[in-house]
Design a protein around this ligand. Structure first.
Ligand code: PBG
Ligand code: ZN
Length: 323
């Protein structure tokens, strides 16, 4: 393998040659587009912390879902905001929550579009934590029960995939049991298995109004310094019944995506989070990085690292670029 017998540039000379030997490719079929739904009618409110993202009422979410499907995107991930927050995040499991309502409307409008629903309490609790609080701590087991109720409501409304993002121990198992008890055996679970306590969620928390009023999420989300622990989390979630496992954020954790890919057979999703999205947008707005090639290079890196599924706010743009 040495020069001059070997000349790697031979395979880079022309576009057809480069295409012939390309190892990884991006496809619209693996993209998931997140949508923010809110209670009400005819609402389309721009989210000021996240370019080109909106709070949509269920009717407008259904309209948007049609557009998304037209671009060839096969799945969306719904996040919701409540009418009213309380200590237990009660509205999360209400059958007329914005997410439940939007799920029904979207299924009616675009039956072939897969709907995943983020399952977590932080947008619904008045204190902003992902679970219920007792004696100043986020209580694990009581939270799992509430998440199971939330998941059941979403699945009954027609969600295809439940996506718990809370990081409580054992929640995948509790959710799986609750779904099965209701004969919702075909509803899949995409677990946010490896979710780090990250600064990159900043723009999202602003959008969802879900920043904790006190403290931070480090007692339940993972320490960014750890990687072996990521494998343990994935292993546990698979054993509890996760159909898809996730690594989040994506860009600063590509090593974790690769480790997960090498260690498990379960499909792996990478979540290109809000801070990563806005970092690239800010650089493009400043004229520092070319937006389109920056998007495609970033998404390709997730694929190359081993992600089967990519959740990204760039999904619509990427779908257009790939068509
Ligand atoms: C809620 C949740 C968060 C994100 C997805 N679900 C925020 C958090 O944990 O604080 C982040 C998504 C993003 O930044 O794009 N548990
Ligand atoms: Zn949360």
């Amino acid at each position: 393998m040495s020069y001059p017998v070997t000349r790697p540039r031979r395979l880079r000379k022309t576009a057809p040659m480069r295409r012939l030997v390309r190892e990884t490719s991006l496809s619209v079929s693996n993209l998931v587009y997140p949508l923010f739904v809110c209670p009400g009618v005819d609402i389309k409110e721009p989210i000021d912390s996240m370019a080109d993202c909106f709070h949509l009422s269920p009717d407008n979410a259904a309209r948007e879902a049609k557009e998304v499907a037209k671009l060839g995107i096969g799945a969306i991930l719904l996040f919701g905001t409540p009418r009213k927050k309380d200590a237990f995040g009660s509205e999360a499991s209400s059958p007329d929550s914005a997410v439940a309502e939007a799920t029904k409307r979207i299924k009616d409008a675009v039956p072939e579009l897969l709907i995943a629903t983020d399952t977590c309490l932080c947008a619904y609790t008045d204190h902003g934590h992902c679970g219920v609080i007792k004696d100043g701590c986020v209580e694990n087991d009581a939270t799992c029960e509430l998440l199971a109720a939330m998941a059941t409501t979403h699945a009954k409304a027609g969600a295809d995939i439940i996506a718990p993002s809370d990081m409580m121990d054992g929640r995948v198992g509790v959710i799986r049991k609750a779904l099965d008890r209701e004969q919702l055996t075909d509803t899949a679970i995409m677990a946010y298995s490896v979710k780090y306590a990250s600064a990159y969620y900043g723009p999202f928390r602003h959008a969802a109004g879900s920043a904790p009023l006190q403290g931070d999420r480090r007692s339940y989300q993972m320490d960014p310094a750890n990687s072996r622990e990521a494998l343990k989390e994935i292993q546990m979630d698979i054993e509890e019944g996760a159909d898809i496992v996730m690594v989040k954020p994506a860009l600063a954790y590509l090593d974790i995506v690769r480790m997960a890919k090498d260690a498990f057979e379960t499909p792996i999703a990478a979540y290109n989070v809000s801070g990563e999205y806005m970092m690239l947008n800010a650089a493009a707005d400043a004229g520092l990085i070319d937006r389109e090639s920056g998007i495609l290079e970033t998404l390709l890196s997730f694929k190359r690292a081993g992600a089967d599924i990519i959740i990204t706010y760039f999904a619509k743009t990427a779908a257009q670029l790939l068509s």
